[in-house]
Design a binder for this molecule. Structure first.
Ligand SMILES: *Cc1c(COP(=O)(O)O)cnc(C)c1O
Length: 396
């Protein structure tokens, strides 16, 4: 019999009743160190007091009015995002996929508005992930994402990740934009080099394309800058954001320059819930913390400490771990063997992580962790790796 909750997820048999900072408390009575953070969503840890207070205050004042009216909390959040990024304008959404797809519509509308309606195709790269809507799976093209869901949405041409020759060769007079994740998340924590991102900018300028970054996972402070592309010293024309932006409350956004958004006039796009007073009040509370002095520097320092610990583990357990990937607190441990067993082993030992492509274990802790949590995570990883290494020897 089919479960009441449609069985599309391979869930662990584990539930939680409470969270506090980097810890989750299971209904099994155990405490877990949460280095998955709801897949990079709970960026400020569970039940951050400032977010709880905002939720309670706004929750007893006003939740939802629709986009028929002005929403001061949303106007304030949009202005703060504009003030701290390349963007001139922001559209709020309820999820990452909705943000990605809205940005895709913006790209098409831009060229249409500029008198180039034939320019509507977007170049994407292998190993990418942009969400689960029909257009987002059509763009990412991963086998597991698309099987059985065809025919796909047309208009997405894929080239190999990191390959600029292939990318240049794929540009035609129908190409509208290039879309990449500056750090690939689901695909296995692959960090684009600054040179690659700068070359993408150059190619877009040369051919009149929009540069479109998906920073849903790598953005919002996770790498030690507000957005990951800042490390390369370039800016995109359009960018989608979600995950960390609401700290656990469903919220996303796409941001664009004034020029790129030239076609997004009244009536062209919408979403009933999106950017409501409750969601955007919480978005502002998240920004209060993320944009406070020293926050990004702290993430960078913490990321370096965690990375050093992980690098030491790779040296100690070369038969289990191959390398550390990523930047800031968006880190990946590439395993020698398939990683699908390691995530449950770590969970049983009290550490929550999340799998990714290429046998990578994603380490995505709250951005607020400190030295004690890092030490605890490294110690659990060390124990689990040692058990794996000795098992491998016993089998040999
Ligand atoms: C999570 C993610 C998405 C999709 O976000 P949803 O909120 O699940 O729709 C899109 N792109 C990237 C890079 C992501 O990590």
């Amino acid at each position: 019999m089919i479960p009441a909750v449609m069985p599309t997820y391979a869930r662990a048999d584990l539930a939680f009743e409470r969270g506090e900072g980097a810890y989750l408390f299971g209904t099994d009575g155990r405490r877990y160190l949460d280095f998955a953070a709801g897949i990079a969503v709970v960026a400020l840890g569970h039940c951050h007091p400032h977010l709880v207070k905002t939720l309670q205050e706004q929750g007893s004042k006003l939740w939802h009015v629709s986009n028929l009216y002005r929403i001061p909390e949303g106007e304030r959040l949009a202005q703060r995002l504009v003030d701290s990024t390349f963007a001139d304008t922001v559209f709020f959404t309820n999820s990452g996929a909705e943000a990605w797809e809205g940005a895709t519509k913006l790209v098409r509308k831009y060229h249409y508005t500029r008198g180039n309606p034939k320019r509507w195709r977007i170049i994407t790269v292998t190993n990418s992930f942009h969400g689960r809507t029909l257009a987002a799976i059509s763009a990412a093209k991963g086998e597991k994402l698309i099987k059985g869901f065809g025919p796909l949405v047309d208009g997405f041409d894929q080239v190999a990740w990191g390959n600029l020759n292939e990318l240049r060769a794929a540009i035609t007079d129908e190409t509208a934009a290039i879309c990449v994740e500056p750090i690939v998340g689901e695909g296995g924590i692959k960090t684009a080099t600054p040179e690659y991102l700068r070359e993408l900018r150059r190619v877009c300028d040369e051919f009149g394309l929009l540069l479109f970054f998906d920073e849903i996972q790598c953005g919002y402070g996770r790498t030690g800058k507000f957005f990951a592309h800042e490390w390369a010293g370039i800016t995109p024309d359009v960018m989608c954001v979600a995950k960390g932006i609401g700290g656990g409350f469903p919220l996303g956004a796409f941001l664009a320059t004034e020029e790129a958004a030239c076609g997004m006039t009244p009536g062209t796009h919408g979403s009933t819930y999106a950017g409501n007073p409750l969601a955007t009040a919480i978005g502002n509370a998240v920004l209060d913390i993320v944009l406070a002095d020293g926050f990004f520097e702290q993430v960078e320092r913490t990321g370096q400490q965690l990375r050093a610990g992980l690098e030491a583990l790779v040296k100690r357990h070369p038969t289990v771990l191959e390398e550390v990937r990523g930047k800031g607190l968006m880190l990946g441990l590439k395993c020698v063997q398939p990683s699908d067993q390691m995530v449950p082993e770590l969970r049983a030992a009290g550490l929550l992580t999340v799998g990714a492509g290429e046998n990578v274990i994603r380490i995505l802790p709250p951005l607020t962790i400190g030295a004690a949590e890092i030490a605890e995570a490294i110690s659990i990883l060390d124990t689990v790796c040692a058990a794996r290494a000795s098992k491998a020897v016993a089998h040999a």
